[in-house]
Structure formats: structure tokens, C-alpha cells
Design a protein around this ligand. Structure first.
Ligand SMILES: Cc1ncc(COP(=O)(O)O)c(C=O)c1O
Length: 424
């Protein structure tokens, strides 16, 4: 009997445009290569995952009298008590936030990645533009491009300072080309950024708002603070755009997460939105996607945040990342990378070193340097993936999230050995 092959489905434009993110390819090769040490994916530290806190929270929930509502569906917006706790935490970070009923403006999501996706989906049509940091968080750039929109880089200098005259020229050029109306949002990773580990100063953040307003580009600001709580010694002092006068006229959304500083596996993120109607539309989109983030995971966080478990645990996480950052940094120094012309800064928080290669080395995924690193058992994120436009191929993002200090030292040595082979 002959088998008639099934006809392939006819995919939508969106379905056809979708590409597996480049980083997924990297992660696959990490899993398939035994012994490979990966500083590529932004996985978090296994040794400080809060197992005891989750056990205690699960027991407390199980012991609650009444029906186990936490194992039932919840609401799209998120559990009211958790939103109230998150609102109180936001007040801690932004004490001058002048709003009542903050909790009504929160959305609890499946990681902050979902909130970012829903926000861009609610704002951008194909062909629209999102202004982004240079470099920026590559999985956000993937959201923008997968929706058919286009990231355009804001101008920064080599020290990570925003360049206002160049920003003025960029806005003037977008006006001349008739594209200014296509700018639909601005996206900033303003604390211990992915990939650079840098923070945006309050004066630069204010200047950005002032300049956009002066050019009548009053579009929503998406401020991603994923690493704000992951400082090593001191929090970064800049206020968020939520409380900066220069941003008052802009709709703003503040994206935070409980994954990076606490537990990636529990996958709870949240966002605060200054505009009620916009929030309602995003909730409508989220509702069609999932009609609610895991109610159980949210209930666990109510316990953990409510009983102080989060606050007592997070200093351990901060100490752990600082030690790991230093392990990698010192291994690279000891490997003589600086003498070969490699450059990087020592971040004050977050999970990444951002390394600049000396002239002549192409760090791209298909280049010889990247291949040699994989053959030598170390995998990194090629920096070109982190540029919204005009990619630069002489950068590397190295995450010290998941490897142990000993593994990071080994990864640093392997990397340095390859760098020496490629030195001129
Ligand atoms: C800057 C930034 N924002 C958002 C996210 C998304 O994290 P999650 O969905 O786990 O909250 C990440 C993850 O790496 C990130 O680096």
C-alpha cells in the first residue's frame, strides 16, 4: 500500500519569519559536546538556588486550611497578594513613586521575557522601529525582529555614555527619511546590563527623556531592570525612569524578574505599567496566550517574599556571583589576555563580562576563532548578536552564571590558550 505523504502546512508570515534564535544553536552545541564549558547561556548559579526556601514555602502552602486554591487556575494579571508584595518592593526601590494602588498596575508573567514580548506585540507593526541600547539584550532584539519590526541603536561612546548630539542627528535623520512616526518604543537595560554589565547614569537617562521629548518622540519606554537586585557591593544609585521628571510625559513600563536574582526555574517575572489602558490591552494579549502565569509558582513566591526568605537569601546569591565574576576575570588576567590587547571592565553586578577582542580577530559564530574555542572546549556568545544594527564582530559575552569557580578558571585558561594562538 503506498503511503500518501501529508501535505505541509502553509505557514503565516509570522510563522515563516520565525527563526530559532542563534543562541539556541549555541546551546545545542554545548549540550552535544561532552566536556565543553559554556559561558554562553545566561543560566544562573546552581549552588545558590534556594531549595530550602522553596521546600518551606511548599510546606506552608500545603498546611493552609481550606481549599488548595493555589493549585487551581489563577487570573491573567496575577495573584493580588503577590502584586501587593511586588508593589511594596517597588516602593522600596523607588520611594518617590507618587502613585496609589500601585498593585493594580502590575502584571505577573512567565518570566520578564513574556512581559517584554507582550509589550512589543502590543506596540509594533511590521516595519516599526524600537530604539535600543548599543549593544542590547539579544533575546529582546529577537522579539523585535520576529515581529517584523526593526531595532535601531541609540548612540553610546566607548565608556557607555549616551551621546546626545549623535542622538539629535539620529532623530533628525529619521525625520528626514519619514521614519520618525515608525518609532514605537525605546528599550533600555539600565542596571548591570546584559551584555555589558554597565549601568546607565541617572543624568544620561534624564537626558534621553529630555531629548526625545524635545523632538516630540513621546513613545513608550520599556525599562528592563532584570539585574537591578544583583549588585555585588552597592546598588546602582540611579533612579528608574518611573520617578524621573524628564520621563513624566511618557508611558513607561518597568520590567523586573524573580528569576535572575532567585530562581530561574520558577520563571516568575513582573512588570509595572504607568498607563492603565495600555496595561489592559497587554493583559488582553496575555490572556489569549495563557490566561494566567503558574498560580502555584506565584503562591510560592507570596510565601517566600512574605516571610523574608527572599531577603535573607539574596546576599548569598550576590556573594556567589561576585566570587564567580572574579574567578573568570582573574583567570583571563592570569592568561595574559590584557597583554594581547583584549579589553574588559570589572562589573559591579549582573552575570556577564563583555570582552573586546584586539584588532583582526573576528569573534563571529562562523569564524575561525569561535570554532577554535569550541574545539578547545569553551563556548561564548559572539558579541555581534547583541547589536540591533551595524553588528560589530570583535566582542564576546561571557556569562559566569552557571559554571563553578573552578570551571570558570578552567574556561578562562582554555580561552586564553586560543587567544594566544590567534595573537599577531
Ligand atoms: C536583560 C534581560 N531581560 C529579561 C530577561 C528574561 O528573563 P526571565 O524571562 O527569566 O525573567 C533576561 C534573561 O536573560 C535578561 O538578560
Amino acid at each position: 500500500m503506498s503511503v500518501i505523504p501529508a501535505a505541509p502546512p502553509r505557514l503565516s508570515d509570522f510563522g515563516q519569519r520565525a527563526r530559532l534564535p542563534a543562541v539556541a544553536k549555541l546551546m545545542k552545541s554545548a549540550l552535544e559536546t561532552p566536556g565543553l564549558l559554556s559561558v554562553a547561556a545566561g543560566f544562573t548559579d546552581n549552588s545558590t538556588l534556594p531549595v530550602a526556601e522553596f521546600v518551606a514555602a511548599a510546606q506552608a502552602l500545603a498546611a493552609r486550611p481550606g481549599e488548595p486554591e493555589f493549585l487551581q487556575y489563577g487570573t491573567t494579571q496575577g495573584r493580588p497578594k503577590l502584586r501587593q508584595i511586588l508593589a511594596d518592593r517597588l516602593r522600596h526601590w523607588e520611594p518617590t513613586l507618587n502613585e496609589t494602588d500601585l498593585d493594580r498596575r502590575f502584571m505577573v508573567t512567565n518570566g520578564s521575557q513574556q512581559a517584554l514580548y507582550v509589550a512589543v506585540q502590543s506596540l509594533c507593526n511590521p516595519g516599526d522601529i524600537v530604539l535600543v541600547d548599543r549593544p542590547s539584550y539579544f533575546a529582546f532584539l529577537d522579539i523585535v525582529t520576529s515581529l517584523g519590526a526593526r531595532p535601531v541603536s541609540l548612540p553610546y561612546d566607548a565608556d557607555g555614555r549616551l551621546q546626545i548630539p549623535e542622538l539629535e542627528s539620529l532623530l533628525a535623520q529619521l525625520k528626514r527619511s519619514g521614519e520618525i512616526a515608525r518609532v514605537k518604543a525605546v528599550y533600555l537595560v539600565s542596571y548591570f546590563s546584559n551584555p555589558t554589565g554597565r549601568c546607565l547614569s541617572e543624568s544620561d537617562k534624564a537626558a534621553l527623556g529630555r531629548t526625545l521629548a524635545a523632538h516630540d518622540v513621546i513613545v513608550p519606554l520599556l525599562e528592563d531592570v532584570a539585574y537591578r537586585e544583583l549588585f555585588y557591593d552597592e546598588p546602582h544609585p540611579a533612579r528608574s525612569a518611573l520617578t524621573l521628571r524628564e520621563w513624566d510625559v511618557f508611558p513607561r513600563m518597568y520590567f523586573a524578574t524573580l528569576t535572575k536574582p532567585f530562581s530561574t526555574g520558577a520563571k516568575i517575572g513582573y512588570a509595572y505599567c504607568t498607563d492603565e489602558k495600555w496595561l489592559a490591552q497587554m493583559l488582553a494579549i496575555k490572556g489569549t496566550q495563557d490566561f494566567g502565569t503558574s498560580n502555584y509558582a506565584q503562591a510560592l513566591f507570596e510565601e517566600i517574599l512574605g516571610n523574608g526568605g527572599f531577603e535573607t537569601h539574596i546576599p548569598k546569591v550576590r556573594r556567589g556571583y561576585k566570587a564567580k565574576m572574579l574567578a573568570l576575570h582573574e583567570a583571563l588576567l592570569a592568561g595574559g589576555l590584557r597583554d594581547l590587547g583584549w579589553q574588559w571592565e570589572v562589573p559591579g553586578g549582573g552575570m556577564y563580562l563583555w570582552l573586546r577582542a584586539p584588532a583582526g580577530i573576528d569573534t563571529g559564530m562562523d569564524g575561525e576563532f569561535c570554532r577554535a574555542c569550541v574545539q578547545s572546549g569553551v563556548l561564548y556568545v559572539p558579541g555581534d548578536l547583541c547589536f540591533g544594527d551595524r553588528p560589530e564582530t570583535n566582542w564576546i559575552r561571557a556569562s559566569y552564571g552557571v559554571l563553578s569557580p573552578d570551571q570558570l578558571r578552567e574556561a578562562g585558561q582554555r580561552f586564553a590558550a586560543v587567544a594566544h594562538r590567534f595573537a599577531r
